[in-house]
Design a protein around this ligand. Sequence first.
Ligand code: XMP
Length: 519
Amino acid sequence: MKDRSLWIVDFGSQYTQLITRKTRELGYSSDLITVEEALNRFSNRKSPQALILSGGPESVFLDKNDYSLFFKNPHLPVLGICYGMQLMAKYFGGVVEKGIQGEYGRAKISFCNEALDHFPKSLNVWMSHSDHVTKVPGEFQILMKSENNLVAMIQHQKRPLLAFQFHPEVQHSEYGKELLHYFLVQVSKLKNDWDSTTMLQEALELVERTCQENSGEVLCAFSGGVDSLVAATLADRVLKEKLHCFFVDHGLLRPQDAHHLEELKKNTSLNITILNVRELFLSKLKGVCDPEEKRKIIGRTFIEVFEEKVKEYQKNHNIYFKFLLQGTLYPDVIESLSPHKQGGKSSTIKSHHNVGGLPERMNLNLLEPLRYLFKDEVRNLGLLLNLKESWVYRHPFPGPGLGIRQLGEVTPEGLRILGESDQILFEEMNNFSLYRFIWQAFTVLLPVYTVGVKGDGRVYERVICLRLVNSSDGMTAEWPEMPQAFLAKTSSRITNEVKGITRVVYDITNKPPGTIEWE
Ligand code: XMP
């Protein structure tokens, strides 16, 4: 991939990805890179046409690195955000001091003189800092200050240098996108270079380039979710019969998954083989109650199934797989690149990777055509590839499936209950036209029995929990308020139609502190 004209240097802020998203929404592509990578590129005499320095958790007092390469070229436009602004101020001879109180969350800032361009005189923005610039370097002008009289925005009087103490990339910042636009267009004079057609072209080129260099057959662990579907559809355009999609039916699926698979087999040109390995998975899970142990068994068995297939194809069909096609997205790529985020807590909360160890064990190269895209871009790409809306906007479904939604031991009875209750929830979300407005919705079978009355008799039966969340990437999530009529209908149908259930509860926990799945 060639270097792009806009580089975003990640100093470790939790919002850095949002800068990339916002600039792409404005029509500008970028490389989001680590500080080390940026310094390396500059040392190798490469340069972008514009540079953005992100926020970060550290303090400029403790940062002993030399960033002069970022500021040496007097013609290079640079935008500093939060930590980036403090670095810029320090480099040019200003003073940054530790704040006693800091500014966190919403803050009102105002232009000191005439407002820039078409912007209002005051803006509500998102702040997250305690250090602040107390003396602005000589050639800079203070454009905005906060209500606490702290410097909020500065601009160099001659050079294309601009800096914000606040975070324009965060949703809560009024006119945030317009301020980024101001930097890209007015200060940097960059040309638009990003739209869905470019995105499609680049993804196709990536498949072509990777596979041409190293010819061979491609194996796809196909889940039918939007990421693997879009990745496979793209790859299919280039690879045709060289692409083999395998769908693992581990017996932990919902009724809607079977329908979806049938639809895909019928209406796409993908070469999908369904591997029925229900018995294998269920026998391995027998008697296992610990959530992490269940996840590990499911993950390991996934790999074994694929290993078996690869060997079988070599032996019986003389087909040698060289690549594993994966729907890896940009946030995962960035996450694993950033030294500030590597090995973050979230990676050890649950074991997520369904076929994680496969490439090393089978000596497969990775083919990841979506590795530069965000989820919403993948959805747009799906639509551009003429995939149906209902496929593209399908809720995420975890690799371990219902195995982590029956709490405790997985049993055929539990899977029946979960399949039926999930189907009712799915149908009612569609009947009430709610499916598209919720990020993920499912039922969980709780390992408790409660007293109820059915007909004239007392019963002692199990509990279904409805888990619905809104989120943008699954990293954080909020439970939504749902219409009373929808909740009433769903609950009534589950208690009436699903044998063994007398009680339905609604989960009102955000993530954090709860995770989306219960196990
Ligand atoms: P948690 O429970 O960690 O879930 O808040 C966040 C999102 O990830 C999905 N999830 C998984 N997806 N393999 C997957 O492919 C997994 O092992 C896995 N575990 C959780 C979950 O459904 C939610 O969308």
